[in-house]
Design a protein around this ligand. Sequence first.
Ligand code: PHE
Length: 452
Amino acid sequence: MIQQNHKRGLWATRMGFILAASGSAVGLGNVWKFPYITGQNGGGAFVLVYLICIALVGLPIMLAEFTIGRKTSLNPVGAFYELRPGTPWVGIGFMGVLAGFLILSFYGVVGGWTLAYMVNALTHSLDQFTNPAEAGKFFGSFIGNTGEVIFYHAAFMGLTIAIVIKGVHGGIEKACEILMPTLVLMLIILMIRALTLDGAMEGLKFYLYPDFSKLSGEAILLAMGQAFFSLSLGMGAMITYGSYLPPQENLTSATLYVVLFDTLIALLMGLVIFPAVFAMGLEPTGGPGLVFSVLPAVFTGMPLGWAASILFFILLAIAALTSAISLLEVVVAYFIDQKGWERKKAVLTMGLVIFAIGIPSGLSFGLLAGFKPLGMNFFDHIDNIATNYLLPIGGMMTAVFVGWIWGTEEAHKEIERHETTFRWAAYWEFVVRYIAPVAVAIVFITKIIPSS
Ligand code: PHE
């Protein structure tokens, strides 16, 4: 394998790295996916399980990924290879690259929806609904429109490609520095609006009061998959981002910041959506269209609703973009480091291939809506395979690798290479070795044993 460490970019500042990693973590997973799967899986109890997964599985695995990345300065395939050459562990890296491929293929489609909604907001199409159902209908007819969906999907992938071609620090880092803070501010404004609607309390109850009778085994698997997806874990995105770190950075506090920030945004988004859903008499189980049909109904009739709708969808598109970049970067870093490709060639080729693979996902709500092998459309299948299987398995194997194969001692040394003391080392070592792998395994076993 070709291992080229020279000529790789580096993050310019510590803040830049934290924001870029947060940019990867915060995206459609928080704003679009978290509300709709929480809505479909009963609300409060699901949120609680999700938070437990974040603390016990997500947090330790993120630190493990950053550590592997900084130690090796390589993409996931190269990284596992370098730490244990000639062993099957390199397979985790390959699985990660594959997951990046698959996730970006449908992520780009939803990214396209956000661009389309940005344009719709500008042209006053999103603040004119006389009732909430109209907003839902508008969304339904948009995602069924082949030409528009493909056009915006292509536009979104084009933007992703353009940024990744520029490399890590010029493109990725700069963009994240302004956008992330603005997104938080916007969510707080929307939350205040949603919470002051009549009937908002019902939504709060659904969202915050855990009713465990609504929690299925399936929901636990989904909560775990969502934790991995939202934190960008289990496929080497954080290994790749860690690989651009100069050695003096503090990995432990970066991990805490990214996890806290990502979780905060998801939770805030729930405080926007559920009060609004219930206040407008909609169902929380609306699925992938939930955010796209509920928010325009919130914007309509809200003071400055037009401006809010524009700002919101611009920010959402950007949040999606900063995540899409990290997905493409994993795939591209593999071809650059391992195959010796030029960045430009890697980005263009892989960007186009991923776009093409995404087309059937884009058509899953229109032309291909009737194509549902095993009861799910193409879009949901790809999402399900990547999010609920590849990511948790990749994450579990990463934890096993760091905990038992490479060893927590070596990892600990890498973490403390330049920083003072790793204060929660004992907790981390314990969770990485025992809790994280066992938790993921248990969730899979319970899932596989059919519940009667
Ligand atoms: N974390 C991103 C989001 O929440 C999605 C993502 C998953 C990005 C995996 C990179 C790797 O939108």
